[in-house]
Design a binder for this molecule. Structure first.
Ligand SMILES: *Cc1c(COP(=O)(O)O)cnc(C)c1O
Length: 391
């Protein structure tokens, strides 16, 4: 009933736009968290056909889902514990991010058992204080990497880091991170790793910080069409439309309390419409009292508490009937709210809204190669996507 329509042509458009902006650098489409909720395999295929040559994920299951779908492009994965079973990753040609000697040694043991080297991207912490080796630990990481490379156990394919505040070009922290990255790269070159892929830029940096582009850029949110730099528009096209269906309407009078706790009480005669999308589907509870949806191109408010599976919309005197389409968010072309609106209402970032779209929401892919992906992904439920949405 509640569906996420994913426009793969928008993914293609955004990828091409980012690739052009990267001005010669290669492009890694970041498809972690199920492609920010859009379906990682479908997004990966559309991005790879539109200028991306790498894919980025965090976890092994994410990487393996891409390989299982037959995607052969290089994949970098960056979150795992040093003692995780990494043979699977090596056998599947997954590049691994390494921030610590312990991880390198664990990988080298796995590589020794398999008789093939592990491809690694050495990660420097240049100021984000999440992954990466600190400036103090970086030289030792390089020394051990050089030794393991000489033993044929690893190949160093990349040197990389991640920015803390790429949206703000005047941030002094950004300047400090670029300087720290310069040092890390110089030390890597001196340690015998002069030529691996250098990469730093996320979406915002790719689009407005040319000095961060290096050999490869790693956009995530912009691939999905959300503008990453506050106050600027680069012409990205939002890929996801979250839509549902009115399943019941009723006429009520003043004084009617709506939903749990009766936080909302109707003040005039009106029509309430029930929409089967709740917080389990990605409608955050904390948007109550703020969020709107679009029905027939008109904005109408969600009223009362948001339940796990449903919300109530006050449609006033509009001629809304059960079966009518409800748009929670979309590109915004027809007056509907956007992901950015929802992020503002929920006091979060667009990333959390997109990745919060729940697992029971059917993803319906349109555009680029969508026909084949629908039939291969869910042969048992073909109609849910075929029905609805004039597109
Ligand atoms: C998520 C992520 C990205 C993409 O970031 P966006 O801001 O969504 O473009 C890039 N690099 C790393 C390491 C990430 O974790």
């Amino acid at each position: 009933m509640t569906r996420a329509i994913v426009d793969l042509d928008a993914i293609g458009h955004n990828t091409r736009l980012l690739h052009r902006a990267a001005a010669g650098a290669r492009l890694m489409a970041v498809v972690k968290a199920n492609g920010f909720g859009h379906g990682s395999v479908e997004v990966a295929r559309a991005a790879l056909a539109s200028g991306a040559s790498w894919l980025g994920v965090t976890s092994l299951p994410e990487a393996m889902e891409l390989r299982a779908a037959g995607i052969r492009a290089p994949i970098l994965m960056w979150l795992f514990a040093p003692d995780d079973i990494l043979e699977t990753a090596l056998l599947s040609d997954i590049d691994l991010s390494v921030s610590a000697v312990r991880t390198l040694e664990s990988l080298a043991r796995a590589a020794g058992r398999l008789g093939r080297p592990a491809a690694v991207h050495l990660k420097a912490d240049t100021g984000l204080s999440r992954g990466g080796a600190t400036a103090d630990d970086w030289p030792h990481l390089l020394t051990v990497a050089a030794k393991l490379r000489a033993a044929g156990l690893i190949t160093v394919r990349g040197v990389w880091s991640h920015l803390a505040n790429a949206e703000h070009p005047d941030d002094p922290g950004l300047h400090r991170q670029l300087i720290a990255f310069g040092h890390a790269r110089a030390e890597a070159a001196a340690a015998g790793f002069p030529g691996p892929l250098t990469h730093l830029a996320n979406s915002a940096a790719t689009l407005h910080l040319p000095q961060t582009r290096f050999d490869l850029v790693r956009p995530g949110i912009a691939v999905y069409g959300v503008e990453p730099v506050p106050g600027r528009s680069f012409g990205l096209r939002p890929a996801m439309t979250l839509e549902s269906t009115v399943i019941l309407t009723k006429r009520v009078g003043p004084g009617t309390g709506v939903s749990y706790g009766h936080d909302h009480v109707v003040t005039r005669e009106t029509t309430l419409a029930l929409v089967p999308a709740g917080y389990a589907d990605g409608v955050p509870r904390r948007v109550a009292g703020r969020a709107e949806v679009a029905i027939h191109g008109r904005r109408v408010p969600i009223v009362g508490r948001i339940a796990m599976d449903q919300v109530v919309v006050d449609v006033g005197d509009l001629p809304v009937r059960a079966g009518d389409r409800v748009v929670l968010f979309g590109p915004g072309d027809e007056g509907e709210p956007t992901v950015a609106d929802w992020a503002r209402w929920a006091e979060t970032n667009p990333h959390e809204i997109l990745t919060g779209v729940g697992p029971r929401v059917r993803r319906c892919h349109r555009g680029f190669s969508a026909g084949s992906t629908i039939s291969t992904r869910s042969p048992s439920r073909p109609d849910e996507c075929a029905a609805m949405t004039p597109s």
